[in-house]
Ligand binder design. Structure first.
Ligand code: MG
Length: 293
């Protein structure tokens, strides 16, 4: 199933996206729908929910599938070979001691309040950072609680998938050895446009692309991940109990702004478009904000 979280006339809803693009809403209270996929995880199978009359896509405004995750978003750093090389060569890699290609997954996190939906602006405050970069990533949505997943059973705990843009202030990422500040600036986690259940998406056969102002910057097969999704889940869950609704961003391929000489950072007026086959298009404008506007 493809699941859209949306507002219609400012009222939150969740629905199934049909082949023709129309949306068949589930019969949920606005309070429940406002929590996005998290509410479906508590209910169980979304296909068991009563549904309302279909509505046209033009009548709704999409929201992030998980508008406010209950916990930080788990992220994987340097998880495509060519990106690991470009990042290590940038001089901003405060994880350089782990080697160009890490021997174990690099796991960090972003604050839940960074999440925005497709169409919402990524805010750049030039008084805080002048080196803001995009990172197109496939994200995993955990569906069941698990501690100690194995590589063999890890995918049993995946509810589905979405796209995130792991927006990063490179100067802050390099300044502080922990990445949280550089990764967690307000609006730094565009997510969407929708979520796709695990039975309807195969990460091994999908490609991920990122275009800035229509120019293709990133284009890779998700099967090129250094640490695949089962390995990531088994690594995190070895001692951290994963919870339903946890989000794991799996890493970004080569072609980020820092990989160019000179670097090509985002500036106000830019448009960042991320596409994953089978999920859709996550697109966000970039705007000036705050003291740096
Ligand atoms: Mg990333």
């Amino acid at each position: 199933m493809k699941i859209a979280c949306f507002t219609r006339n400012s009222v939150p809803g969740i629905g199934n996206v049909e082949a023709d693009g129309s949306i068949v809403p589930f019969d949920l209270s606005p309070e429940s729908a406002a929590r996005g996929i998290a509410s479906l995880l508590e209910i169980g199978s979304p296909s068991s929910l009563p549904q309302l009359a279909p509505i046209a896509a033009c009548e709704i405004e999409l929201r992030a599938p998980m508008p406010r995750p209950q916990r930080n978003i788990f992220c994987v750093g340097k998880n495509y070979h060519e990106h690991a090389k470009e990042f290590s060569a940038s001089g901003f890699d405060s994880s350089a001691a782990s080697g160009v290609v890490p021997k174990e997954p690099i796991i960090f996190s972003k604050l839940p309040e960074t999440v925005i939906g497709t169409g919402q602006p990524i805010r750049i405050d030039a008084s805080v950072s002048k080196a803001i970069d995009y990172e197109a990533e496939l994200a995993v949505i955990i569906g069941k609680q698990i501690r100690g997943a194995t590589r063999e059973n890890a995918l049993d705990f995946v509810w589905g998938y979405t796209i995130v843009n792991d927006v990063t202030a490179r100067d802050l990422q390099g300044k502080y050895s922990q990445w949280l500040i550089g990764k967690s600036q307000d609006t730094f986690c565009p997510m969407g446009p929708i979520a796709v259940t695990a039975d309807a998406f195969d990460p091994q056969s999908a490609r991920i692309r990122c275009l800035v102002n229509g120019e293709l910057r990133q284009d890779a097969s998700i099967s090129d991940l250094i640490f695949d999704i089962p390995r990531i889940i088994s690594t995190i869950s070895a001692g951290i109990t994963l919870q339903p609704g946890d989000i794991i961003a799996t890493g970004t391929p080569a072609g980020v702004g820092i990989g160019f000489t000179p670097p090509r950072y985002l500036v106000p007026g830019d448009n960042v478009r991320i596409e994953v086959d089978g999920i859709g298009v996550l697109e966000n404008p970039v705007v000036a904000y705050g003291n740096g506007a």
